[in-house]
Design a protein around this ligand. Structure first.
Ligand SMILES: C[S@@+](CC[C@H](N)C(=O)[O-])C[C@H]1O[C@@H](n2cnc3c(N)ncnc32)[C@H](O)[C@@H]1O
Length: 208
């Protein structure tokens, strides 16, 4: 698949290590540039994902983990759909510093390529938007999302279409489904960042 990209100063697909990704976002956060770019580029991932979650999650008090929350754009959308009980984690300290005050209950700097320091069955929902892309968070994180989510809870996430097969997300999801760990509720090609011709798969799964 061609490596479509967002045309930022360093193409995302040239990043190799977690350290490089962290610096990339710390830099991008300066002068509110990440938020401004996302607004100008009409980034729809946070809204689309929160909307699909809202469609299947009627109880708005559920406890949600926003994995790779960045500057809190997903939290802002979750709030618009009536959710209020959510934590977030991200590798970029600078983006975390830009999360609006009192939006999330808890915010932590985390590397989602490592085991997540949360108990089993801790959350009702894990949401992860924009974080499964080049050099970012690997497919193993889906095992962790399942582990920290309660039975009959939901995980919903986007995966950049350009890495879906090559980075092992397709096979990871198939394996989780075949082993009765998760059940597909929705899986479709979302608009995501259509203004930049970057699309993503959007999946919503029930944890079994
Ligand atoms: C495209 S941004 C999406 C941020 C936010 N979810 C949103 O929709 O605006 C990707 C996010 O993944 C985070 N990230 C990348 N690698 C990570 C890692 N290994 N652990 C945790 N977060 C990571 C970045 O810091 C960045 O905030």
């Amino acid at each position: 698949m061609a490596q479509k990209d967002i045309g930022n100063k360093t193409p995302l697909h040239e990043l190799k290590t977690t350290e490089e990704v962290m610096k990339y976002y710390d830099e991008w956060s300066k002068n509110n540039k990440y938020n401004n770019d996302m607004f100008i580029w009409e980034y729809s991932g946070p809204r689309e994902t929160s909307e699909i979650l809202s469609k299947y999650q009627n109880n708005k008090d559920v406890k949600i983990y926003d994995a790779g929350c960045g500057s809190g754009l997903v939290g802002l959308e979750l709030k618009k759909f009536g959710f209020s009980n959510f934590d977030g984690g991200d590798i970029s300290k600078e983006l975390l510093n830009q999360v609006p005050a009192n939006l999330y209950n808890e915010l932590d700097q985390v590397d989602l390529n490592k085991n997540i320091l949360k108990h089993d069955d801790f959350y009702d929902v894990v949401i992860c938007v924009g974080t499964f892309t080049f050099a970012h968070v690997k497919a193993h994180a889906l095992d962790e999302f399942v582990r920290i989510t309660k039975r009959n809870g939901l995980i919903c996430f986007t995966i950049n279409e350009a890495i879906y097969i090559d980075y092992g997300f397709k096979s990871k999801i198939e394996s989780l489904v075949n082993n009765n760990k998760i059940k597909e509720i929705e899986f479709f090609k979302s608009n995501y960042l259509a203004s930049k011709d970057v699309n993503a798969w959007l999946g919503l799964y029930k944890v079994l």
